[in-house]
Write a protein that binds this ligand. Sequence first.
Ligand code: SAH
Length: 462
Amino acid sequence: MSKSKVYLVGAGPGDPELITLRGYRLISEADVILYDHLIPPELLELARPGAEVLSVGKFASEHTLPQDEINSLLVAKARTGNMIVRLKGGDPYIFGRGGEEAEACAEAGVPFEVVPGVTSALAAACYAGIPPTHRDCTSNLAIITGHRKEDKELEIPKAGTLIFLMGVANIERIVNSLLKQGWAKDTKIAAVEKGTCYDQRVVKGTLDNFLEVAEKAQLRKPAIFIVGKVVELQEKLDWFGARPRILLPGTHPEKYKHLGTIIHRPFIKLVPIEDYSAADNVLKNLAPYDWIVFTSTNGVKFFFERLNAIGLDTRTLASNKVAAIGATTAEALREFGVLADMQPKLESSAGLLEEFGKLGVKGRRILLVKPEVGSPVLLERLTAAGAEVEVVVVYKNIDIEHEPTDFDYIDQILFTSASTVRAFMKRFKTIPPSLKVYCLGQPTLDEAAKHNIKAEILPPET
Ligand code: SAH
């Protein structure tokens, strides 16, 4: 059965976790993804290898592709027998011309389906702490475009709450139209910029002062405007604004989400090394080692993947004892069918050294599983204690570039390893003084101290 179809998928407003499960799955199955400027970029990482991922993004007057060309491209791609995901910001049918794209498919006889999304009109209000309806304020709501080509007054429907999209360039006309059509001067109005994103900002005023307030605040796009009594609830219900915004340069953002809004900006990516000949010689001959030591989940993953790639499996480790630096590494080993013989309470190199110290390592052969560039501490200390230590390199770190991070919208940095401290300092040289710094574990804190960073320790179970 041919998968040929166009799916118009709502990507949600900005926070990548606000996409539907159906949208999430379709992105990972698509042959072709055509996406807009306003979608969360993280969602594109779900594309399968080999998928064609194309930007047709547009932003008010700066069109990358005119709408009729987007429509033709959609139809042309679908006719090649492919499964197309047309990924649109928010909900596909709330402005953004999703209706026109669906019509183009219908007229061309191309099968299509539409997956609704969380619209920015409601999500930005929600993350700003403003419920669009509330029994004490209003029971109805209008969503209005602030972007009209005609040079005339906006026609504003009668509703208790008004939400304007596409209005930043037109704010003067919106406010004047409201006043002219009988809205009181002291009516509350709020702009929510970059709603649901880490750099969301809420700017509030009343109809008679808002033009000044907005000018002073230098509003950024994209933004919505919310008008009505519900804006009064903002301060009380500002749950998102109350959360700390935490920059995480390391891996595993999911582990830290309970701490606040995580801005994940890894500096490094872990990849296989180019030449495995030295590693393969070691992997094919593991029997002589008394201990194999894993100091990270990544080491475990790359070690066993390489073992499998050369036709070997867990049985190769039958005569070795295995050490894991901590609980997560031990868990990763368990997934490959290996139960660690050593897992220090203190989850660090120091913890491992303490355990080995109790056992005595003189004359023991120990194999350390490592990245290309890693800390030499274990190698040096175990050698000094009389062990015969060898290293097997199974992966390496490479640098990643990012879109610039706006430190004005960050409250904290969380370093989860010494290497993240080094990578951060190499790139940024210094830490803005307004940021509070946390380090996971003592070795990370020690590294921060070397760079004169004032930091607090975060216990590993956090
Ligand atoms: N289909 C989209 C809207 C497309 S029109 C949706 O349902 O959200 C583009 C307008 O959406 C922008 O001009 C802005 O008003 C609004 N918008 C989109 N993302 C936004 C965000 N993260 N925060 C505030 N407004 C946003």
